[in-house]
Design a protein around this ligand. Structure first.
Ligand SMILES: Cc1cc2nc3c(=O)[nH]c(=O)nc-3n(C[C@H](O)[C@H](O)[C@H](O)COP(=O)(O)O)c2cc1C
Length: 189
């Protein structure tokens, strides 16, 4: 049986990011037949500017495109900044949306999203913006279960390990559903 390769996109640049920790926890909690193959460092991407396209795409952007194209699914873990996504995540979406291979690398790509915030809502607003923006270029989002990690400071230890049992259960259920979502969205043989 083949193992689905999941590429992680973390919407935070912060070294001790709760969202990066959540992404790694999701990788540990994935079911058999699915693994986290790697994750982004969005700091490598310059700010999107249409003028760049005349000179070709930066290497860091091409590397991210290739990682997305190679993945069976994308897992996005993002903070909420001012009720929406971080500039770094939106910047990555804008860059990748510009490739036509022949369609955007996001086209028909199974995706799942989770979010962690230090406040109580856990990113309830940002997830809909991520879905809306990436759906414009054809990403296929798992609908449920949703995972919102509120009060993240109480759910991870100092080493970034996810210690909250309920949150681990939610992520486990989401990863199981994500594997099934990827199954359902396989192109016909
Ligand atoms: C510029 C900025 C805006 C923020 N806006 C929100 C917000 O709208 N909603 C929220 O729940 N948390 C907000 N926060 C708090 C983040 O949830 C918190 O910083 C979180 O830890 C960021 O995720 P990270 O640990 O992965 O970097 C904001 C933080 C920053 C720096």
């Amino acid at each position: 049986m083949r193992t689905y390769q999941i590429f992680g996109i973390c919407g935070s640049l912060r070294t001790q990011s709760f969202n990066l920790s959540a992404l790694k926890a999701a990788g540990e909690l994935m079911p058999e037949g699915m693994q986290l193959s790697g994750h982004t460092n969005l700091l490598d991407l310059p700010m999107y500017n249409p003028d760049h396209e005349a000179h070709g795409y930066p290497d860091s952007v091409c590397a991210l495109r290739d990682q997305i194209l190679a993945a069976d699914g994308l897992l996005i873990s993002t903070p909420e900044y001012n009720w929406t996504m971080s500039a770094s995540l939106k910047n990555a979406i804008d860059w990748i949306s510009r490739f036509k291979t022949p369609q955007s690398p996001f086209h028909n790509k199974p995706c799942a999203v989770l979010s962690a915030t230090t406040g109580p809502l856990g990113g309830a607003r940002v997830q809909y913006d991520v879905r809306r923006s990436m759906s414009s270029v054809g990403a296929l989002f798992l609908q449920r279960p949703e995972v919102f990690i509120g009060m993240a400071g109480q759910k991870f230890d100092a080493q970034g390990q996810l210690t909250d049992a309920t949150t681990r259960d939610f992520i486990t259920a989401q990863m199981k559903a994500f594997a099934q979502w990827i199954d359902w969205n396989q192109p016909p043989a």
